[in-house]
Unconditional design. Structure first.
Length: 169
């Protein structure tokens, strides 16, 4: 069965934050932003482009190559979902799932760790991606997350996700 984009986004955030415990789903207390649904689901003229990478202890650089980059509206509903995911909690989106997933965008990082989101409406966004590598059978890296990214009509907003944006190991 194909996983919804919203469930993928939150599961990815949880996984990237190093969450591996399975718990009963948590219902979000923040109301779904119905007033913002049409706006964040619509197409626009804005672009958010960026790159995600981390520096290893030895100085090498690892990018998000091949990983998903996700873009969610920077609204309390999504912030609460991300916070639960970072606390090892599964989120039950129930009736909101179809509407919420229409507000989440995805892109795949290229070999250099670049990603791009086009045709966006003007607004505030949460950008997240995973940078991961293995050393001696030990997983390293983590989730990079940046809030408050503003898209502007007919403009490209640049985002750089680095070690300072580490959301979890």
């Amino acid at each position: 069965m194909k996983k919804s984009l919203l469930a993928t986004a939150i599961a990815l955030t949880a996984y990237l934050a190093g969450c591996n415990r399975v718990q009963a789903p948590v219902t979000l207390s923040t109301p779904f932003p119905n007033a913002d649904l049409a706006h964040y689901s619509a197409s626009g003229s804005a672009t958010i482009a960026g790159q995600a990478f981390m520096r290893q202890n030895g100085g090498g650089v690892v990018t998000c190559a091949g990983s998903l980059a996700l873009l969610m509206p920077d609204l309390p509903y999504f912030s609460e979902a991300v916070a639960h995911a970072r606390n090892n909690q599964n989120v039950d989106f129930a009736a909101d799932q179809q509407h919420a997933q229409s507000m989440v965008r995805k892109s795949t990082c290229d070999a250099q760790g670049n990603f791009v989101f086009t045709n966006l409406p003007v607004g505030g966004w949460i950008v997240t991606s995973r940078v991961h590598w293995v050393v001696a059978d030990v997983s390293q890296g983590g989730t990079l997350l940046q809030r408050g990214v503003q898209s502007k009509a007919t403009q490209e907003t640049k985002v750089l996700l680095t070690d300072s944006d580490l959301a979890g190991l």
